[in-house]
Design a binder for this molecule. Sequence first.
Ligand SMILES: [Zn+2]
Length: 123
Amino acid sequence: MGITWLDYYCDDSPTKGHLLVGATRIDGGTVYKCSACHRVKWMPDNIEECIKLGNFMKIYGQDGGYQRILDKHPAARKLMAKIQDIYYLRKALTPEQFPIAVAAVIMNKEYPFDVEVKEDEVP
Ligand SMILES: [Zn+2]
């Protein structure tokens, strides 16, 4: 499954929009997490990359454009893919099955040891 763009509508939010909070910085961007539905999106911090993302989305659609900008940020793409896998596993599995499935995701994809989290860049 490709990484999908987090759209505007949030089922779990009282405002029906996501309540996004910057969670961590990685690979020239920030991972934002919705405090209502706990879904995430990565956005580039650099204005040129933001413009590139907007242009890609115009050409390839939201998900296609998002995947193309993530292709240029492999560490961010890897982290987003894992977070998305774990999100869908949580929806699909029982609480008893879930930890084992998460362990499999982590072991197969070497998370988080190959991910460079740049917390020290936060101003
Ligand atoms: Zn949300």
